[in-house]
Design a protein around this ligand. Sequence first.
Ligand SMILES: Nc1nc2c(ncn2[C@@H]2O[C@H](COP(=O)(O)OP(=O)(O)OP(=O)(O)O)[C@@H](O)[C@H]2O)c(=O)[nH]1
Length: 306
Amino acid sequence: MECDETLNKEENFKSGFVTVIGQPNVGKSTLINHLIGQKIAITTPKKQTTRNKLQCILTRDNAQLIFIDTPGVHRPKDKMGEYMVDTAYKALKKVELIYFMVDAQKGITDLERKINNQLSGIQTPTIIVLNKIDLVSKAKLKDVIESCRRLGDYAELIPVSAETGENTNTLIDKSIELLPDGPKYYPEDMVTDQIEQFVITELIREKIMYLTREEVPHSVALEVVQMGERENKDLIDVNVNIYVERESQKGIIIGKGGKRLKEIGRRAREDIEALLGSQIYLDLWVKVRKDWRDKEDALKMLGYRG
Ligand SMILES: Nc1nc2c(ncn2[C@@H]2O[C@H](COP(=O)(O)OP(=O)(O)OP(=O)(O)O)[C@@H](O)[C@H]2O)c(=O)[nH]1
């Protein structure tokens, strides 16, 4: 759970939080996924260092980029007027780097101009990432680059294709140049795109192991089925499936009259509430899934990858 403090002493290391903004369909997820495909490590966050919902971490020998999902920036897809809500705007000031993604096919539209206006009041270094260059001719690309340059004075303008990966290495290299010296916030030993969910399942697993001792071996897998804030309430519903290999193990985890499962839930809830900083309603279901360890699709579903 703890961030390795000794790593913070590294010299010549750069790091920072990066957020990607741009209009719907510009390719934000594709870009992040592509970067994940290169070399991504995600692990449990040190509490308080999680400034936002964490998406993924890209670690190089000399740097670490932490891509975060800035609340509000992606959301209101239809209501363009609310595109940059106040919270999102504030969040943009707290990151070390912003990617302003532009679709090379669509060029600069009113929405890009709006984002441009909002960004003009922000000091955070920003890279215009001109995406989908695989879909446009050289001439068109030249035009779009021109119009991007006319928008204002950005740190870099980098044409890429998130789909094919073209030029994404340059994007990473330039990003690293723009990051400040900083700690390696996270060690690189775990791959997942759902940091909170991973931590939640680990916290529950810990209670199961503790309360069942040796009776339930490591044949238990956990999956966060659903997680969501309840409307108008400061309460998060967390539904988790606990998979075991045999009926007997199911019985052990549930315990007499459901007593043990209740205790697992009670203890896990305390930790998860501390992690999320919010009250939760934890719903645990124990299910038998025979030989889940051998089944590739089941592994995928449970978030174990490569
Ligand atoms: N040809 C091509 N297609 C791309 C590229 N990047 C993204 N796409 C496609 O564009 C579509 C939208 O991409 P997403 O990554 O979902 O876009 P997004 O910005 O995350 O979208 P929202 O979640 O709606 O905001 C998908 O069909 C992608 O396959 C690219 O560089 N080239």
